[in-house]
Design a protein around this ligand. Structure first.
Ligand code: ZN
Length: 149
């Protein structure tokens, strides 16, 4: 397979084995739970918002390698962003993995999140990759529970 898919596999495996920001955030002022019944992925996203900016973001839960890696990389991408930037990234990520956004042609802020572009070829996996993002989006907007069903 291509180099990109090799990179993709390495990154996913690494984040699955050592998820970043994988803990409950005691100082969180926003949180939500997400569930993907298709795969059984279940996670909680914790956010600490201060002056509309993401001061800290963590997650915990269990699920497949893709859902965990996506959540792990999401927390890295969101730290320091403001609410508007976080929502924009959510939209871009969602559009990329559903094939609506060509990450190579359309300017975007996805950075290393682009490795998830390959997920669009596996529709069942799209929900795994977006679960953390939907959950973060819900937490930002003070909803408490998301199901991707
Ligand atoms: Zn999954």
């Amino acid at each position: 397979m291509s180099e990109l898919s090799e990179l993709y596999q390495q990154v996913i495996l690494d984040h699955n084995k050592k998820p970043r920001n994988f803990r409950k955030l005691e100082t969180a002022n926003h949180s939500a739970e997400g569930y993907n019944p298709l795969c059984g992925d279940q996670l909680t996203v914790y956010l600490k918002l201060e002056d509309q900016a993401v001061k800290d973001v963590t997650f915990e839960g269990s699920g497949c390698a893709i859902s965990k890696a996506a959540a792990s990389m999401m927390t890295q991408a969101l730290k320091g962003k403001n609410k508007q930037e976080a929502e924009k990234l959510f939209t871009e990520f969602h559009r990329m993995v559903t094939g609506e956004l060509d990450e190579e042609k359309t300017p975007n802020d996805l950075g290393n999140l682009k490795i998830f572009a390959g997920v669009r070829e596996f529709p069942v996996r799209v929900k795994c990759a977006t679960l953390a993002w939907h959950t973060m989006h819900a937490a930002l907007n003070n909803q408490e529970l998301v199901s991707t069903e």
